[in-house]
Design a protein around this ligand. Structure first.
Ligand code: IPE
Ligand code: IPE
Ligand code: MG
Length: 244
């Protein structure tokens, strides 16, 4: 790993968990005069690049926002094409995930997904479960508010009393209960919003926005985001002097 180490990245300060809002596929396709779905297809290559970059840096968790609760409101054709692309990509990639010891997991409201999709993701989770190089977490039919509402329902069902409700308890009831919060959140395509992604978990994440559209995102741009992150001063409410 060290011999190909990217320039100007400090190994000791690589984040453990990076989250990405992969945005801009539709615009990318339109710029080429093509259908939106063409951009989603091309976006798979950027996912590969980001996974590869994560492995090269020894990142432990990579969470990708692939389909939001709100995305169900898109035209049915696009939704169907996205679901199909997802199933085909996962089926094709599992052997390579296993070779590179990548564990894939899904967060989100999986009951809303087509049956074929549920089967595929659950099989992929099962087949890659023992892998420990990188956890690749795909947010599918996911939204932060859905996740928090679900946690509250489960806390109530567990019969917890008001006194027992702590931040730690809430974290433990989220989909990400066993995953550290992301230190870095990247969003492509120039939009500077969160779009209901990981609301609880990004409380202190550093945000990195780039104008590049997702299909143009690649390993070098991923490294660029890490370098930018490493130039930040994370204060967590303290003063600069306390951090020095
Ligand atoms: C992100 O690209 C992928 C998904 C939300 C599934 P978009 O499809 O949102 O692309 P734009 O934002 O319309 O360009
Ligand atoms: C956010 O992108 C969701 C995903 C990347 C999966 P959108 O394109 O759906 O977000 P908005 O609608 O522009 O906020
Ligand atoms: Mg978009």
């Amino acid at each position: 790993m060290i011999e190909n180490w990217p320039e100007n990245i400090i190994p000791e300060r690589v984040p453990r968990h990076v989250a990405i809002i992969m945005d801009g596929n539709g615009r990318w396709a339109r710029q080429q005069g093509k259908e939106r779905i063409f951009g989603h297809f091309q976006g798979v290559e950027s996912v590969r690049e980001s996974v590869q970059a994560s492995i090269e840096l020894g990142i432990e968790y990579l969470t990708l926002y692939a389909f939001s609760t709100e995305n169900w409101n898109r035209p049915q054709d696009e939704v169907n094409a996205l679901m199909e692309l997802l199933v085909d990509t996962i089926l094709a990639e599992v052997p390579s995930l296993n070779e590179r010891r990548i564990r894939i997991r899904f967060i989100g409201d999986r009951h809303l997904l087509p049956q074929k999709c549920i089967q595929t993701i659950e099989e992929a989770e099962r087949l890659t479960m023992p892998n420990q190089q990188l956890q690749l977490i795909l947010a599918l039919s996911y939204s932060g508010r859905w996740e928090i509402a679900k946690a509250v329902r489960r806390i109530t069902e567990a019969g917890m009393s008001a006194q027992e409700i702590t931040e730690e308890l809430i974290s433990n009831f989220l989909e990400t209960s066993d995953i550290p919060d992301p230190e870095l959140l990247i969003r492509t395509s120039g939009e500077q919003r969160i779009s209901n992604f990981l609301l609880w978990q990004i409380a202190y994440a550093e945000l990195f926005f780039t104008d590049q559209l997702w299909p143009d995102f690649n390993k070098e741009l991923f490294f660029e985001a890490i370098r930018n992150y490493q130039g930040r001063e994370r204060r967590f409410g303290k003063t600069s002097e306390q951090i020095q």
